[in-house]
Design a protein around this ligand. Structure first.
Ligand code: 5RP
Length: 234
């Protein structure tokens, strides 16, 4: 569904708010998706005005965009930790339990998040939910294992669908050469158990449940940007 001008403005406001968390000299985790892209563009403007930071990108596309904006790119060979990472989310539930991977980049996004001292989510308020799972949970799988993983996910109550490339060329292939299964469900009542159950399936590379990772969410809507932390309930 194309986004409304209001949703775009909200994403931009959240991305702008995230700039406050970036200080000179930092290593910054660069997320993927439309909201993270707005953040990268704003960061690029700051870099062109003289801000010195280095970035570690969560996707090939974010890396290319960052380089085109003169953001210098580093890696985990040179830096084992990221000072602050900024990324989007597909759903945000209480406890800052997230679904990510709508853009297909969840594996590197989770690697970047796991190496970050601060993991900040930027999102518009359509992403806020009481329970995860209306958005299909993306699960990245090794290609040859897909039929086996699909069967196991069905036993867990999901209806997995192999994601297709937008250009109609066949299955979507991740930056790491794997398939993505978009797992439909009636809702994920116990995200921690679901995460553990999916992780136990051989052939699963990673899943899009990000639990206990986000420090805060910068959530933008008609009334501006508000910060949500893990102890808030809604
Ligand atoms: C990509 C992601 C994105 O962060 C997520 O899909 C949100 O994207 P957008 O900001 O375009 O709504 O997880 O894998």
């Amino acid at each position: 569904m194309p986004e409304s001008p209001q949703q775009h403005a909200a994403k931009l406001a959240a991305a702008q708010a995230a700039l406050h968390f970036v200080q000179p000299g930092m290593v910054v985790g660069l997320g993927s998706g439309t909201t993270a892209t707005l953040f990268i563009q704003l960061l690029g403007e700051r870099v062109q005005q003289g801000l010195q930071v280095q970035g570690i990108a969560s996707s090939d596309s974010s890396e290319q965009l960052s380089r085109s904006l003169s953001i210098s790119i580093t890696n985990f060979e040179k830096h084992r930790t990221i000072d602050v990472a900024v990324d989007g989310a597909d759903e945000v539930a209480p406890g800052l339990a997230l679904i990510k991977g709508g853009g297909g980049k969840l594996l590197r996004e989770k690697i970047v998040a796991s190496a970050s001292k601060r993991f900040i989510i930027v999102a518009d308020d359509t992403k806020l939910v009481r329970q995860l799972g209306r958005f299909p949970l993306p699960v990245e799988v090794i290609r040859m294992a897909e039929p086996l993983v699909t069967e196991r996910l069905r036993v867990l109550g999901f209806t997995p669908v192999i994601r297709q490339a937008k250009d109609g060329s066949g299955p979507y292939i991740t930056d790491e050469g794997n398939l993505l299964l978009d797992c439909h469900s009636d809702g994920i009542a116990d995200p921690a158990k679901t995460a553990a159950d999916i992780r136990a399936i051989v052939g699963v590379v990673e899943h899009g449940l990000f639990l206990g990772m986000a420090e805060r969410v910068l959530l933008a809507g008609a009334d501006g940007v508000r910060e949500i932390t893990a102890d808030e309930r809604w």
